[in-house]
Design a protein around this ligand. Structure first.
Ligand code: NAD
Ligand code: AHE
Ligand code: ZN
Ligand code: ZN
Length: 372
């Protein structure tokens, strides 16, 4: 098979708009798969890397990690997917063989993490080129392209009945938020929850908390335009920290007779991470960091906060093992156990992808889905 031409949004350098152009894509090599991307969401992490703040951000690159598509070709030795299969690319792969996969303690498969973090395929090279020069991959997925090549272990095979233009959101945002509640925090019926940041991630935490039968779900954002959706999805209280003279953690502690059982930081702001920890109940409250903060940023609190029983944790991709668990989450969606429509505030073609980033920065979108 020869190089194919495909259309992609190329990030030539940090801080610049993406450029839509035709690029060359090498056929899938051993253990790799060619996927035609049907739809992709735009996540804040794409904007974070594009901003230049990501220490692993390399340019030029094809960003995007919240996609869904159809297998068009398989490389040598690929057995777990076939041409025509519907798939969701995974930035957290699942090899099933590494120490991490076998531990039963984490979803953070490390089989290809080193090359993935450098924008390379596992053999240390790229499949994308422009005028003969390599273009880096991103998070092992590069879904801002009509076609992409990914390792076989980075694909979850899903039902052909699932609408790809919706379940693409399970490639990151919705799985991350719901999974952080279920797998990382393990929220139980009756527990109280505070959610900081009401973007795609925070709103998915709300969905997860409703599914877990939390008794109270306090949704916090400085953009009150997010409150209606938060309430529609099941938030019991909405709070804007700007409306108070005292620290938001004090406000939440007063509202909840001593603090919440669980809090989730879904922004990537280290100061808010502190508030999220400190609004947790003495003796048992747990705070889960989901937001991504840049290199150089550090979290702090008085150690007394931990000495007195609060727990600080983090969660990546909601603790979900992509190949073994994501197909089941797609089934849950198909069975009507949660919805995705509310998240999709905008849809547009690849040509307009820079507008999707503008909408995110202006706080006007939850998720924009790019349709190819
Ligand atoms: P988003 O931009 O859609 O939403 C962020 C929300 O935070 C917005 O509603 C914004 O108004 C609010 N906000 C900003 N500053 C605030 C403040 N000081 N106080 C209260 N609210 C504030 O982003 P998103 O796509 O939902 O992503 C959220 C974060 O999660 C990002 O940091 C992203 O990189 C990260 N993320 C992490 C994972 C993971 O696996 N850990 C997965 C996906 C995204
Ligand atoms: N390169 C970034 C990593 C940022 C990060 O923490 N990424 C999350 C997923 S965000 C999806 O929207 C993650 O899964 N982390 C685990 C991992 O192995 O990267 C940085 O800041 O260095
Ligand atoms: Zn993401
Ligand atoms: Zn592994």
């Amino acid at each position: 098979m020869n190089m194919i031409k495909t259309r992609a949004a190329v990030a030539w350098e940090a801080g610049k708009p993406l450029s839509i152009e035709e690029v060359d894509l090498m056929p899938p090599q051993k253990g790799e798969v060619l996927v035609r991307i049907v739809a992709t969401g735009v996540c804040h992490t794409d904007a974070y890397t594009l901003s230049g703040a990501d220490p692993e951000g390399v340019f030029p690159a094809i960003l995007g990690h919240e996609g869904a598509g159809i297998v068009e070709a398989i490389g040598e030795g690929v057995t777990s997917v076939a041409v025509g299969d519907h798939v969701i690319p995974l930035y957290t792969p699942e090899c099933g063989e590494c120490k991490f996969c076998k531990s039963g303690k984490t979803n953070l498969c490390q089989a290809i993490r080193a090359t993935q973090g450098k924008g390379l395929m596992p053999d240390g090279t790229t499949r994308f080129f422009k005028d003969g020069k390599p273009i880096f991959h991103y998070m092992g997925t590069s879904t801002f392209a009509e076609h992409t090549v990914v390792p076989e272990i980075s694909l979850a095979k899903i039902s052909k009945d699932a609408p790809l233009e919706k379940v693409c959101l399970l490639g990151c945002g919705v799985t991350t938020g719901m999974g952080a509640v279920k797998n990382t925090a393990k929220v139980q019926p009756g527990d109280t929850v505070a959610v900081f940041g009401l973007g795609g991630i925070g709103l998915s935490v709300i969905i997860g908390a409703v599914m877990a039968k939390a008794s109270r779900i306090i949704a916090i954002d400085i953009n009150e335009d997010k409150f209606d959706i938060a309430k529609k999805l099941g938030a019991t209280d909405v709070v804007n920290p700007k409306n108070f003279d005292k620290p938001i953690q004090d406000v939440i502690v007063e509202m909840t007779d001593g603090g919440v059982d669980f809090s989730f930081e879904c922004i990537g702001n280290v100061k808010v991470m502190r508030s999220a920890l400190e609004c947790c109940h003495k003796g048992w409250g747990e705070s889960v960091i989901i937001g991504v903060a840049a290199a150089g940023q550090e979290i702090s609190t008085r150690p007394f906060q931990l000495v007195t029983g609060r727990i600080w944790k983090g969660s990546a991709f909601g603790g979900v093992k992509g190949r073994s668990q994501l197909p089941g989450i797609v089934e849950q969606y198909m069975n009507g156990e949660f919805e995705l429509d509310t998240f999709i505030t905008h849809t547009m073609g690849l040509d307009d992808i820079n507008h999707a980033f503008d909408l995110m920065h202006e706080g006007k979108s939850i998720r924009t889905v790019i349709l190819f």
